[in-house]
Design a protein around this ligand. Structure first.
Ligand SMILES: Nc1nc2c(c(=O)[nH]1)N[C@H]1C(S)=C(S)[C@@H](COP(=O)(O)OP(=O)(O)OC[C@H]3O[C@@H](n4cnc5c(N)ncnc54)[C@H](O)[C@@H]3O)O[C@H]1N2
Ligand code: MOO
Ligand SMILES: [Mg+2]
Length: 414
């Protein structure tokens, strides 16, 4: 008798997995190494930004009061008494009808409260004339207008993007507290598997899931321990899985999770005494995706079928690892788009279709069975079609999850 499995709704399965996350801890890295990591402390402004009133233009600093009444017929003259570039501070204080030649980024001199761009001036013998009045603080970049000292600028749990790096540098964080990277292991199971460099022989295929997952992890900035490939033999697979599970925070296996005679992962979980969170999800591909935990460590049993394997990683492994790192944004960004072609194949389960999204339209990326490899490579998104009896037609509005985003979304939207 084939074991009967009860399918869990995708949203519930995602929730169940994410909830199991055990914090990976924190470590300090140099600022230059911080890009792509998850902040494990908030960024606090150690100064105002900008830290002083400054000129946003190349021009002349003046006292706005002196410009009152200026017009084309009544140009007002200023005597230029100093000349400063960014990084320089004038020791002079402006008196009536005096100006200081000032470059973008230079601190506003004492007495000045406005800046006239070069283009708005005419040079005369010992200075300039202007033809319009300026308001107090016109063309002045005010101290603290961007950020104010002591404010929390970026929350802990944020992805460190290039802008975050700029902020860290702005506030003098030469060292940054970031989440530790979980130790992730990959084991590809299957007697049919050959290495990439092997020639094809009858009945065998090259292991594509292993390298694919390495790349999926890499896209998250993570590395992994490789446990290679194991043949479908219970004792041997058990030994490798047990060892790998002890050495990692998260072991990802591919293949061997269904109900076949050589699908040994279910027996291995049992032998390990692992708690199986689910072994059937109401989704295609990847309905047999199995997630278990043992001693606070994840065991992801991804399907051997490449598209199912890929989808299982993006839907379950990715948010789980991000949650271990305390990240706030765990999920693929969601949008809606117009379906570019009919998709008539109805399914009772939610379908995740590898797809090409162009910002407006979304279409399946070719051959779309669970065992497809081609559509993984060609797609940049997943169309999400809720389960049910009906198919979908070109022109329908459909849900889309975007692949490859660094930062993700804070909420699961489906
Ligand atoms: N009687 C039933 N049969 C199957 C069911 C079912 O419910 N009842 N589920 C089907 C579904 S759905 C899927 S998906 C697959 C899942 O199979 P497994 O996860 O057990 O994976 P395997 O049997 O090991 O392999 C499936 C397929 O994928 C190929 N494969 C495996 N590993 C790799 C790899 N590393 N790189 C590339 N390709 C790989 C393997 O050769 C098989 O073709 O089960 C269905 N059957
Ligand atoms: O798990 Mo299977 O991928 O639903 O075809
Ligand atoms: Mg199988």
């Amino acid at each position: 008798m084939v074991e009967k499995r009860t399918p869990l709704a995708v949203a519930e399965a995602v929730k169940k997995v994410v909830e199991q996350a055990v914090p990976s801890g924190a470590e300090t890295v140099n600022l230059e190494e911080s890009y792509g990591r998850i902040l494990a402390e908030p960024i606090v402004a150690s100064s105002d930004v900008p830290p002083f009133d400054r000129s946003p233009y190349d021009g002349f600093a003046i006292r706005s009061i002196d410009s009152e009444g200026a017009s084309g017929d009544n140009r007002i003259a200023f005597k230029v008494i100093d000349h400063i570039g960014a990084g320089e501070v004038s020791v002079k204080k402006l008196e009536a009808f005096e100006a200081i030649r000032i470059m973008t980024g230079a601190q506003l001199p004492k007495g000045a409260d406005a800046v006239v761009m070069f283009e708005q001036t005419k040079e005369v013998e010992d200075g300039i004339t202007i033809r319009k009045p300026f308001l107090p603080l016109e063309n002045v970049s005010l101290q603290g207008e961007d950020l104010q000292k002591d404010e929390i600028v970026i929350d802990s749990g944020s992805f460190i993007n290039p802008g975050t790096v700029a902020l860290l540098a702005t506030f003098g964080y030469s060292q940054v507290l970031v989440a530790k990277k979980p130790v992730v292991g990959i084991l590809s199971t299957g007697t049919e598997l050959l290495s990439v460099e092997d020639d094809l022989v009858p009945g065998k295929i090259r292991n594509s899931n292993g390298p694919m997952i390495v790349a999926q992890l890499k896209r998250m900035g993570l590395t992994c321990e490789m446990y290679g490939m194991s043949v479908d033999n219970l004792d041997e697979s058990y030994r490798v899985v047990k060892k790998a599970a002890e050495e990692t925070d998260c072991l990802i296996t591919t293949g061997g999770v269904s109900v076949g005679d050589f699908d040994f992962l279910p027996a291995i979980y049992e032998k390990l005494g692992a708690q199986v969170l689910f072994n059937k999800v109401a989704m295609r591909p990847g309905s047999v995706t199995t997630v278990a935990v043992a001693n606070g460590r994840y065991l992801f049993g991804l399907s051997g079928n490449p598209s199912a394997c890929f989808t299982g990683f993006e839907l379950f492994v990715r948010p789980a690892l991000l949650n271990m790192m305390g990240a706030q944004k765990l999920y693929m960004p969601h949008t809606t788009a117009t379906l570019g072609e009919d998709f008539t194949k109805a399914n009772p389960f939610t379908r995740f279709v590898r797809a090409i999204y162009d910002g407006q339209m979304v279409s399946p990326a070719g051959f779309n069975k669970s065992n497809a490899v081609s559509s993984i490579a060609r797609g940049n998104a997943l169309i999400v079609l809720p389960g049910g009896s009906r198919g979908y037609e070109a022109g329908d509005t459909v849900d889309v999850l975007l692949l490859g985003s660094e930062e993700g979304a804070a909420r699961w939207q489906l």
